[in-house]
Design a protein around this ligand. Structure first.
Ligand SMILES: [Zn+2]
Length: 316
């Protein structure tokens, strides 16, 4: 019997991770390397280096790749991704030509959603995966299947308008959740607040340069009330968005990934408190709010799930 082996690749702007795994999602080998971001060619070379490092058998059935931005899934083209600085890259064809196996691509957040969902063991369930890091996005799973929307653009959770006159978002709108609660927004707000508050531990650093969200979390952990206030406000906005999401989908499970939520208990607690305050009690209590379990592996494992599911569909 042929081995049921797949390669999953999590391609991001800082690192590229490849795993070799079987159909039961057990990792056999893995490799993480820095993504060389100089050009499209160097990015593709990073992918090849990561895949080469885990490849050692002719039995691999398919490759799955999770990558940021807009995609043409049918043709396997990465259409546009500002964070990668590339456009119209025939990513799937490049890999299938090189390795001689079918290759499938999907948005990185959707792939992480597949990875996290797959380890819950509830194949028919509904779930929403929410990632809050440098950006904010969601992967929506309905009856066990990724819901992509008509044009593959579902799950733009970060662009819900929270404050009509709020800070300008990368998308051109004002007051999007991402412009308030993603990592860079947390750093910017903390910096702005701390410059005016001499008694904050963040004050002197804020006068020198912009703080990062990670630093704000560290100041909060050491008890700085201003840092705590910034994170609690962030959690409150996230909780409002989550309440809207749960109202719309009744997903049963909301799974959270990304550094902003996972690194800060202040964000987590304020988010759940706000979601509880805004949702009908019956809806809130029927929803499980879970932390991502796979950590840094959710993208690569999700890419294996993508490869497994899509290759089975194609051969059916
Ligand atoms: Zn936006």
């Amino acid at each position: 019997m042929a081995l049921d082996l797949y390669i999953g690749v999590d391609l991001g702007g800082t690192k590229t991770k490849a795993v070799l795994a079987n159909g039961s999602l057990e990792i056999i080998r893995e490799k993480t390397i820095p993504t060389q971001m100089d050009s499209t060619e160097t990015i593709l070379k990073s992918v090849l280096n990561a895949v080469d490092a885990v490849w050692d058998t002719e039995e691999i059935k398919a490759i799955g790749v999770g990558t940021p931005g807009q995609l043409d899934r049918k043709r396997g083209i990465a259409i546009q991704a500002p964070s990668m600085g590339w456009s119209n890259v025939p990513l799937a064809q490049f890999l299938s030509n090189r390795y001689g196996v079918p290759t499938y691509i999907e948005n990185d957040i959707n792939v992480a959603a597949l990875g996290e969902f797959s380890c819950l063991g509830e194949s028919e369930a509904n779930a929403v995966y929410v990632n809050v890091g440098t950006g904010i996005g969601a992967g929506i799973i309905l009856s066990g299947k990724l819901f992509l929307g008509n044009h593959g653009n579902s799950g733009e959770f970060g662009h819900l308008t929270m404050e009509p006159m709020g800070p300008l978002c990368n998308c051109g709108n004002r007051g999007c959740l991402e412009a308030i609660a993603a990592g860079p927004a947390i750093g910017a707000r903390a910096t702005q607040w701390a410059r005016a508050r001499k008694n904050s531990q963040m004050h002197s650093l804020a006068l020198e340069r912009e703080l990062t969200a990670k630093e704000v979390s560290e100041f909060a952990r050491s008890g700085d009330p201003l840092a705590i206030a910034v994170l609690e406000e962030t959690g409150m906005y996230l909780g409002r968005g989550i309440a809207d999401l749960v109202c719309l989908f009744d997903p049963g499970m909301v799974i959270f990934g990304g550094s902003v939520i996972l690194n800060s208990p202040y964000v987590w607690d304020a988010m759940l408190a706000e979601a509880e305050a805004r949702l009908m009690p019956i809806i809130f209590t029927n929803t499980a709010f879970l932390r991502a379990r796979l950590g840094g592996d959710s993208g690569a494992i999700g890419a294996v799930v993508l490869a497994r599911e899509r290759s089975r569909e194609d051969s059916a």
